[in-house]
Design a protein around this ligand. Structure first.
Ligand SMILES: Nc1nc2c(c(=O)[nH]1)N[C@H]1C(S)=C(S)[C@@H](COP(=O)(O)O)O[C@H]1N2
Ligand SMILES: [Mo]
Length: 368
């Protein structure tokens, strides 16, 4: 059915101000790294092809007939494991929500230049693999180990530094009972873009910790000082300052935009009457305690219903019955509070690298 509806637009008729222009380099990154289409928040487990992806360099081509996971550094028995060796070990499947620490970056003003995420750099999958701590116990960490360094098979230049993608974790986190070396996502081998043949899963942490295309683990007796730990993933007020390390996911909620979209502006059109709103909420290692919805741009907040977690590390579904009783424009907001008492801010959390901006999502709706 076709019907003429005029959606609100501003300025040059597209709703887009020239000052917000996205650079060609950001556009290039945006094509390589996709967010979840927000309507896919309906799935408890995100279908693999709809899960967000973030790839700093190129997707490496890994030949599993020769690939091995090397383990070395301050361990009693260094060695190398083939995929078959790892798959013979006890297996576990965990449902885990992953979110990129840069989610919300392109909403910041001024906008830090990097992967320009709006919202939706998030997804939930069933990851199957073997226990990282069990393997580390087997190779035997020396007493003085402070961190584990994980290296991917991908390579590039970032901030002028040529590097393999490498991240370290404090030894307590690497020894966390739910940390996995995962080879499968939603019951199938990892797709190339998600880290085939093996990746790390560190439940509760922002995405950067879940090293893909894992090829080496090194036990360190001094903290790692490489780029991804000491420069890239920091909460800092300027690019020069080091700031605090980015670790666990901050509390956030998202809504499935209701109704149907205007093609260009994505303004939502909703027909007058009852409208079921729904979405997801999550937080690193604290379950979400409450989700609130505002249909008047933050003046009145009502409590949404939330379903229990399906795993200690997966997002929770929330729903809210909205009576869209009069025609007009609305600003729908949602915000979550976790069991640690952290609440999503209404204002942006600006940092130089655009990390952890978990401000409330705002969805423009026109009721007709
Ligand atoms: N080797 C390697 N691992 C990586 C990355 C990368 O570029 N290289 N990106 C990280 C970042 S920043 C995120 S958010 C997650 C994204 O995982 P996904 O693409 O499977 O959703 O992978 C992490 N692991
Ligand atoms: Mo990320």
């Amino acid at each position: 059915m076709e019907q003429a509806i005029t959606t609100p637009v501003v300025g040059n008729g597209t709703g887009i101000e020239p000052s917000e222009a996205i650079h060609r380099e950001e556009l290039q990154l945006a094509f390589r790294n996709n967010a979840i289409p927000l309507e896919a928040l309906r799935y408890d487990v995100t279908p693999v092809g709809l899960h967000y992806t973030l790839i700093h360099y190129d997707i490496p081509f890994v030949d599993t007939s020769t690939w091995q996971l090397e383990i070395g550094g301050a361990v009693r028995s260094p060695g190398a494991f083939s995929l078959a060796d790892l798959q013979q070990r006890p297996q576990r499947t965990l449902r885990v929500t992953l979110e990129c620490a840069g989610d919300g970056r392109a909403l910041l003003q001024p906008r830090p230049i990097s992967q320009p995420w709006l919202t939706g750099a998030v997804g939930t999958a069933e990851w199957t693999g073997t226990s990282l701590s069990a393997l580390l116990n087997e190779v035997g960490l020396h007493e003085n180990v402070v961190e584990l360094l994980f290296t991917g098979a991908d390579h590039g230049i970032e901030g002028g530094v040529e590097q393999d993608y490498q991240r370290s974790l404090p030894v307590e986190e690497a020894m966390h009972p739910d940390a996995l070396l995962a080879w499968s996502m939603n019951g199938r081998p990892l797709e190339p873009q998600h880290g085939y043949p093996l990746r790390l899963i560190i439940p509760g942490w922002y995405g950067m910790a879940h090293v893909k295309w894992l090829r080496s683990m090194q036990a360190l007796t001094e903290p790692f000082t490489g780029y991804q730990n000491t420069t890239a993933y920091r909460y800092s007020a300027s690019r020069e300052e080091s700031g605090e390390a980015v670790t666990l996911m901050r509390v956030r909620s998202l809504m499935v935009p209701p109704g149907f979209p205007d093609f260009l502006t994505r303004t939502r059109i909703v027909r007058q009457g009852a409208e079921g709103l729904l979405g997801r909420a999550w937080s690193g290692r604290s379950p979400v305690g409450r989700v609130e919805v505002s249909t008047d741009g933050g003046q009145v907040w009502e409590t949404a219903a939330i379903e229990p977690q399906q795993s200690p590390y997966s997002w929770q579904r929330w729903s809210y019955h909205w009576e869209a009783s009069r025609a007009g424009t609305y600003d729908l907001w949602c915000r979550a509070v976790d069991s640690a008492g952290d609440v999503q801010p209404l204002e942006q959390r600006w940092t130089a690298r655009g990390m952890g901006n978990n401000m409330v999502q705002r969805v423009a709706v026109q009721v007709i």
